[in-house]
Design a binder for this molecule. Structure first.
Ligand code: SF4
Length: 281
């Protein structure tokens, strides 16, 4: 066992276990308890960021733009609008635009004598073929994203083509704002021990203080809140880290929630693993 300063780093494990448990979930954040090696966990993180598909505005046809904003800048802004549409219902684009691989929006706004704000909610969905029956109405996830301000009498008229893509090509296709993991500590006080599996830590309360509130409820301490600030080490608590237990956090920004993103990423990982195995045979 190697001791560095005050936190104890346990010897690297050669275990090949993999387990995944849901820790918390809402629309803005999903957290999993993961047991595996950092290599596997980082692979999942990279797949989520780079290879989990979403739909995003991709090509823009400008019929009219008399605003002060250049076409390229406007295209950048529109490209980042998250769409409320399920990417699993679409194919990746090919040479032909069709109802299976493209969503079309139009945007036409003209200011009168006063300036006019143009928002993401002003995009008009233009269904192709039977899209309306197949997927229903499509709209931006947020209606109040400011795209540009038109001065008096200025006008824009655009067609916007949205395609399925992955974050490796452009970050606008990334399904998350952030995706990260941190090592989960193991707490020890005398013979009492708490870890990611057993969060009960019955030790004399007056001994413990934590600015993050980790020890607020000793029946179930909040291990995920620990920032490893070391303050509690003065009270006799020992903190240990191993390389097998992590809290994995996903903060989604598009249609897919954290659970669906994890499922999609694991499917991609499975396909990659099959390719490797097939290549060896
Ligand atoms: S290391 Fe800091 S954040 Fe973690 S439990 Fe101790 S006092 Fe709290």
């Amino acid at each position: 066992m190697e001791v560095t300063k005050d936190i104890i780093h346990l010897k690297e494990s050669d275990s090949h276990q993999f387990s995944l448990k849901l820790y918390s979930h809402d629309n803005n954040k999903t957290q999993f308890l993961m047991e595996s090696s950092p290599a596997i966990i980082n692979t999942i993180r990279r797949i989520i960021l780079d290879e989990t598909p979403t739909m995003a505005p991709d090509t823009m046809v400008v019929h009219q733009n008399t605003s002060v904003m250049h076409d390229e800048v406007l295209a950048q802004r529109i490209g980042l609008i998250p769409l409320a549409v399920d990417p699993r219902q679409f194919d990746f684009p090919d040479d032909q635009i069709n109802e299976q691989n493209t969503i079309v929006f139009t945007l036409h706004a003209k200011a009168g004598d006063k300036p006019l704000n143009v928002y993401s909610g002003d995009l008009q969905y233009t269904p192709i073929g039977n899209q309306l029956e197949r997927i229903g109405n499509v709209r931006p996830l947020e209606e109040k994203i400011l795209l540009l301000k038109l001065g008096a009498q200025q006008e824009i008229k655009l067609e916007i083509y949205c395609h399925k893509g992955i974050g490796k090509v452009h970050s606008k296709w990334s399904p998350v704002s952030v995706c990260f993991y941190n090592m989960l500590p193991i707490f020890k006080y005398g013979e009492t021990k708490a870890d990611w599996n057993n969060r009960q830590f019955k030790v004399p309360l007056q001994q413990l203080s934590c600015p993050m509130g980790v020890y607020d409820d000793l029946e179930e301490i909040k291990i995920d809140k620990c920032t490893l600030c070391r303050s509690c080490l003065d009270t006799g608590v020992q903190i240990m880290l191993d390389d097998q237990h992590y809290l994995f956090t996903i903060e989604p920004v598009g249609y897919l929630n954290g659970l669906q993103i994890m499922q999609e990423a694991l499917n991609v990982l499975k396909i990659k693993a099959h390719l490797v195995v097939d290549g060896l045979m």
